[in-house]
Each structure stands twice: as structure tokens, then as C-alpha cells.
Unconditional design. Structure first.
Lengths: 320, 393
């Protein structure tokens, strides 16, 4: 009996932990963030930020949220406790997406209009380096060991490999048209890259920086041209990958060992980005055109709710 | 004479020459432009830019060079202008004699044909038509080696009529101005109307030469008194009277065609699918709005860039083969991958329908189906083409 009580106690603790979680959503055309309580699945607050907010990411201790305010030409820092913008970082023009290095200090920022990547030290608030990349840099990811920063360029159609020890561009991998998002596997061995217009996802071997596999998608009743992969996320065990298919309004669920698509889940219109909670229990999608967030139960592979947010929701980040 | 195109480009080029190791490929592209005297038009308040097309080609070169620096490719554009087709052909010949083979053509269809069939050019060069919308270049006068990045009139009018049919605004009144190209546009409208089941209710030719800026309210109103219809469609490419028809028709009807709701290749109001980035790059380079001709020249340069990057080797045959191969795909900020039709060399692409301040819709419209690509519901499909077009040089 005591044993059962103990387990129950643990369960209550775990549930409390879950209920505290909040999903932050950047609304590109409303210049604000919607905050969703992940227990009630309701919007609990809206925070005004700079113009055209897109990529968002938390500092390691979740005390700060970095926001790409593209049309304000800055990366803003939100103090999570007070919900106030405390400072702007020098980000270069038109920052779209970024990634925080595991050192919790260096932000790697895509400057879409200038064809450069800017590296900013968030503590000293200075630009450490700027690196020339292809036309319209977009996606950004840093390998779990911190060695590589990979940037995609939408019109050059390449993955640019930046060595984070000396900030040099060392290699380029050509992929299909309009690469959008890159995501490392949790072991850092592979990199998944989506090509929006090519309609494919390329899986790249990190050690050789060559293509291992290419995935394509097919949804009955949806024109092939509408299948435009953007956001990608992988479960912490790495057994499943989720790929947002843009105007096809579906998320593909991919078995990462066979590279087979297990299921297509219907979500809101023009699905951009994806975020998994820390328990791999729920997956959240930002749906640009319909202006909502879909909630997917990962065990059942079912869409359970859609939550209305602002206009053109884009970036997603969870504070546990 | 060959003119340098812009200071910024030259600086870029110098930088490239300094930074690229010896193995670089030089990709040189010639832009041939026929200088044409445009007759005066009534709606002359907002004149078109005099460097249409050239600025788009320049942006294509800059974009290709940004990519090219990772691949040891360096692109360069030479612009040559003349009012004589013979001199332009001579220039093409000497370009080819120097071992170069990529040429953009900004000239009327008759000059394009003359150049494309001239013995020194035929089979030796890849030509990109970036300006002539003439249907016959795609239907019965197509030429192997000649690709079209500018949409044909048929693609434009198909795009418009699809939208009107989908709206169930199928009954239309045609108003045609007096120039040859207006006749071509009107013919193309009639073809599209028959193709998609719209009904031409009445047609009117504008042949008066009074200044409509002062009298439109009086005259257009009487001129458009016909049996009931849904939409007024204008065939007035130069913009002689079309602008004055809006809000002056007898019946309260929307206006479309060459004015009003206009089908075109490109316009400043297009911002979806990442187009905002292309618009601002162009604006920074040229200090004005990107138009359809700029976009078509940019598409030609970007097609060259893609083919050079992905084809096995850099020669006219390999590049041409790759451009027309199934693998070729180009992202052109229109939400679908663009490619060339293997039966006439036309680039298949969605056609936006815009009014001066907003995008209204993009064709193909939902429900217009095609066994291969819905984009092939716009313009001449394979069975409608009577000329022979080779996918090899």
C-alpha cells in the first residue's frame, strides 16, 4: 500500500511539473508572442515584441527568450520572469532564424537579406564573427557536441558547414531547391534537412557531410507541388521524426530506421514549425495561414486540439 | 558597344577574381536588346522604366555569384543594345565565335526568329527569350535551342479566364485597342474563353483618338452599352485607353485583362513564398519595383546557374540537356518548382493575377486538372503544339 502511495506521489509531482510548462509562439504578422499553458491548452498571455518575430529560443536556464525580430533588424532578449524585453542584441540585418550554441553564450543568426551568418556573444552583446554564406540564409542548427553550425541558404540550395572553433566555413552540401530547416539527430551523427520546393528531406552523414538518404512524400488527394517540407523535429529516443509539410497541411511521421512514412496527420493550414515537449508526449505545430497551433498526441499519433493564436504563428519554444 | 553593367557588380567581380582559385569556371552571358521607339500613349503619367529586363539579369548574376563562390563559378553579364536586328545577329555571332553560348534576348518575336534560325546561331547557342509573349513562338514557330522564361500571352489569358470561370463570371465584354499586339491579346483571350467555357458577349474596338483623360466619363459609358455581361476585359497592352475604362463602364462591372485585374509574370505586390526577399534584393539593386521582364531575365540567369551547378560539364550541349531534363527544377518564389516544357521550351510557372495594390489570386485555379502538371493547364500543352522542338542541341 505504501508503495502505491509513493508512486502516486511521484505521479502527482510529475503532473505538476508538466502543468507548469508554457509554449511560446511567435506571431509573425501580429508582432507579438502567444503564451499557451500546456496543461489547459489555452492561451494565457500575449506579449508585444519587435516587428515580424520569427525564430525564438530559450537560454539554457529558461530565464531568457531570444527573439528574431526580423523587420526590427534585431534579436531581442525577453526576460521570462518579468515578460519584458530587456535588451536588443546586435544581430545584423533581417535576422530570421538562429541557434544557441551548447555553451549557452553564442547565438548563430541567419541574416536573410545580407547572405551572412552573424555570431553574437549574448553576454558581452558583441558580434564575434560574420560569415558569408549563400543567398537567403534560413535554417540554422548546431551539433550537440557544439562543433558544427549548419546553415541553409534558400536560393543557393546548400547546407553551409561552419566550424565553431574558428568560425570558418569549411564545406557546402548541395541539396534540393529551397532548403529551409536543419536538425541534428540527438547523437549528432546525422543531419536532417528539408527542401521546401524540392519537396524532399535529405539525411546527411555528419562525418562525411554527404547525403545518406533522401525522403519524399505522397499524400492521397494532395497535389505533389503542395508538399513542401519545412520544420523537422526528432523524438529524444530518435525513433521518430516529424516533418511539417507546409501548404499540404499535414505533418509526416517518419520511422527513422526504415525512413518510411508511418502516417500523415492533418493539421492547420501552411504548417511551418514543430516543437516536442520534453517527455515526447505532445507535439505542437505552428500553422501560418490558419493562425493556430495544432496539438498532436505522440503515442496515439492523433491531432487532439487546435489552439487559436495570432496572425502567422511561426516559431515555437517550450519552457518546462 | 558592350557596357559595364554596374559598379557594385564590377567590385563583386574583382573580389571574386581575387578570391577564387585557378580552377574557376567563367560563365559569360550576353544580353541582347533591340532598341525600339515606343509610340506615345495616353496614360503616360507613370512611364515604364527604361532598363526593364537588364536589372533582373544583373540580380540573377549577383545571386549566381553568391552561390558560385562556393563552387568556383564566376558569372558575368555583357549587355549589347542596337536598333538593328542585323547588328544584334552579328553580335551574337561574334559571341559564339569566341566560344560562348548563353544569350538572353530582349527583342520582338520577328527578330528573335531571325536570330534563332541564322546558321551561325542555330545549334550553337542556348537562347532565352525574356521579353516576347507571342503565342506563335510557342505553338508553331518554336525553335530548338530557344527557351522562353517570359510567359506567353496564352498563359496569361488562360490564367485570367480560369479565375473568371471559377468565379462564375463567365460572360465577358471585349474592348480592344488598335495595335497589332492588342489583336494578339484579343485572339489569345478568345482562345482561352473557348478552352475553358466562357462566353464572349460583345466585342468593341476603340478607334477614336481623343484624349480620354478629359472625356472618359462621357464616352466610355456610351461605348460600353451592350447586352448584360459579367466582366469587361481589355486588350490594350500599351495602355492607350484601358486605364480610363475602370469605373466608367455603363454597367457596374469589374475590369480585367491588360488593365484592372492583370495576369502577369511578376509584380511588386507578390510577397508570398519568400518573394519578399527577392523584392527587397531587387529594390536595393535597382531602386525601383521588379517587373515581369526583370523577373523573366532573373529566371533565365537562375536557370543557367542551376544547370551549371548540377550538369556534369559546362558546354552548350550538356547545359541545354540539363535544362530540359526531368531533374531540372528551379525555385522561383511562386510556391511551385519551375521547369521547361519539353515540347516548346516554355518555362511552366504559376501566373499571379494582381491589381495595383494587391495580389488577388494565382492560377492555375483549383479544379483545373492536368494529368502531369496543373501548371500545364496554362498556355500550349503538348497536343496543341505543331512545331518540332528538340531537347538536345
Amino acid at each position: 500500500m505504501k508503495h502505491i502511495f509513493l508512486s502516486l506521489g511521484f505521479l502527482v509531482f510529475a503532473m505538476q511539473d508538466l502543468s507548469a510548462a508554457t509554449l511560446y509562439v511567435s506571431n509573425e504578422k501580429d508582432n507579438n508572442l502567444s503564451l499557451i499553458d500546456l496543461d489547459s491548452l489555452e492561451v494565457i498571455d500575449t506579449i508585444e515584441v519587435g516587428e515580424r518575430p520569427r525564430g525564438i529560443t530559450f537560454s539554457k536556464d529558461f530565464s531568457k527568450l531570444y527573439i528574431c525580430a526580423s523587420d526590427s533588424d534585431s534579436v531581442q532578449v525577453l526576460d521570462v520572469g518579468s515578460k519584458k524585453i530587456i535588451t536588443d542584441l546586435p544581430s545584423g540585418e533581417d535576422p530570421e532564424q538562429f541557434a544557441l550554441h551548447p555553451n549557452d553564450r553564442h547565438l548563430y543568426i541567419s541574416n536573410e537579406e545580407d547572405a551572412i551568418v552573424t555570431i553574437v556573444d549574448t553576454e558581452s552583446r558583441t558580434v564575434i564573427a560574420q560569415i558569408d554564406v549563400g543567398v537567403e540564409p534560413e535554417g540554422m542548427a548546431i551539433s550537440p557536441d557544439g562543433r558544427w553550425a549548419v546553415n541553409t541558404s534558400e536560393t543557393t540550395n546548400m547546407l553551409h558547414w561552419i566550424d565553431t572553433s574558428n568560425y570558418q566555413l569549411v564545406d557546402n552540401t548541395l541539396v534540393d531547391q529551397r532548403p529551409r530547416h536543419v536538425e541534428f539527430t540527438h547523437d549528432g551523427a546525422m543531419l536532417w534537412a528539408s527542401s521546401e520546393i524540392g519537396g524532399t528531406v535529405t539525411v546527411v552523414d555528419v562525418s562525411s557531410r554527404k547525403m545518406l538518404h533522401q525522403l519524399s512524400f505522397k499524400i492521397p488527394g494532395v497535389n505533389q507541388d503542395r508538399i513542401q517540407p519545412v520544420g523537422i523535429t526528432l523524438t529524444s529516443e530518435g525513433n521518430l521524426a516529424f516533418v511539417a509539410l507546409g501548404p499540404a497541411n499535414h505533418v509526416a511521421v517518419v520511422d527513422t530506421t526504415s525512413y518510411e512514412v508511418i502516417k500523415y496527420l492533418l493539421v492547420g493550414r501552411r504548417v511551418w514549425h514543430l516543437e516536442l515537449d520534453n517527455y515526447d508526449k505532445y507535439l505542437y505545430t505552428s500553422n501560418g495561414v490558419s493562425g493556430d497551433v495544432s496539438v498532436i498526441d505522440v503515442n496515439k499519433l492523433k491531432v487532439i486540439k487546435s489552439i487559436k493564436v495570432g496572425r502567422y504563428p511561426w516559431g515555437l519554444a517550450i519552457k518546462p | 558597344m558592350i557596357k559595364p553593367i554596374s559598379q557594385r557588380f564590377l567590385i563583386g567581380l574583382l573580389w571574386l577574381m581575387l578570391s577564387i582559385p585557378a580552377l574557376a569556371i567563367d560563365i559569360e552571358v550576353l544580353y541582347l536588346r533591340k532598341l525600339i521607339d515606343r509610340p506615345p500613349v495616353l496614360s503616360n503619367i507613370l512611364p515604364p522604366p527604361d532598363d526593364s529586363g537588364i536589372r533582373g539579369a544583373e540580380l540573377g548574376v549577383l545571386d549566381n555569384n553568391t552561390t558560385g563562390k562556393f563552387l568556383n563559378q564566376s558569372y558575368r553579364l555583357a549587355v549589347f543594345e542596337s536598333d538593328s536586328a542585323d547588328i544584334l545577329i552579328q553580335q551574337a555571332n561574334s559571341w559564339i565565335n569566341k566560344g560562348r553560348f548563353l544569350i538572353l534576348l530582349d527583342m520582338p518575336a520577328t527578330d528573335i526568329l531571325q536570330l534563332a534560325v541564322s546558321p551561325q546561331v542555330k545549334g550553337q547557342a542556348i537562347l532565352f527569350n525574356t521579353s516576347a509573349k507571342d503565342n506563335h513562338l510557342r505553338q508553331n514557330d518554336c525553335q530548338s535551342g530557344l527557351l522562353h522564361t517570359i510567359p506567353s500571352r496564352a498563359m496569361l489569358t488562360d490564367a485570367l479566364i480560369q479565375f473568371l470561370v471559377r468565379k462564375r463570371w463567365s460572360d465577358w465584354l471585349l474592348i480592344q485597342a488598335g495595335k497589332t499586339e492588342d489583336q494578339a491579346y484579343a485572339d489569345s483571350l478568345k482562345r482561352s474563353s473557348a478552352r475553358f467555357g466562357a462566353n464572349l458577349i460583345a466585342e468593341k474596338r476603340w478607334s477614336f483618338d481623343t484624349d480620354q483623360r478629359r472625356t472618359a466619363q462621357l464616352e466610355i459609358s456610351g461605348f460600353t452599352q451592350v447586352e448584360d455581361y459579367d466582366v469587361t476585359i481589355l486588350a490594350d497592352e500599351a495602355g492607350d485607353i484601358g486605364e480610363y475604362v475602370l469605373f466608367n463602364t455603363w454597367l457596374p462591372r469589374p475590369v480585367a485583362g491588360t488593365q484592372g485585374l492583370v495576369p502577369l509574370a511578376w509584380h511588386r505586390v507578390i510577397e508570398q513564398w519568400g518573394a519578399a526577399q527577392l523584392q527587397s534584393r531587387f529594390d536595393e539593386l535597382a531602386g525601383r519595383w521588379m517587373n515581369s521582364q526583370d523577373y523573366s531575365a532573373w529566371l533565365a540567369l537562375r536557370s543557367i546557374g542551376e544547370a551549371v551547378t548540377r550538369a556534369k560539364s559546362f558546354d552548350a550541349k550538356s547545359i541545354y540537356n540539363y535544362l530540359l531534363a526531368d531533374e531540372f527544377q528551379l525555385a522561383g518564389f511562386k510556391g511551385r518548382k519551375l521547369s521547361f516544357r519539353r515540347w516548346n521550351g516554355q518555362m511552366r510557372q504559376p501566373i499571379p493575377l494582381v491589381h495595383p495594390r494587391a495580389l488577388v489570386t494565382t492560377s492555375p485555379q483549383p479544379g483545373f486538372l492536368h494529368p502531369v502538371s496543373e501548371m500545364d493547364t496554362l498556355g500550349f500543352d503538348k497536343p496543341e503544339v505543331t512545331c518540332r522542338f528538340n531537347t538536345g542541341l
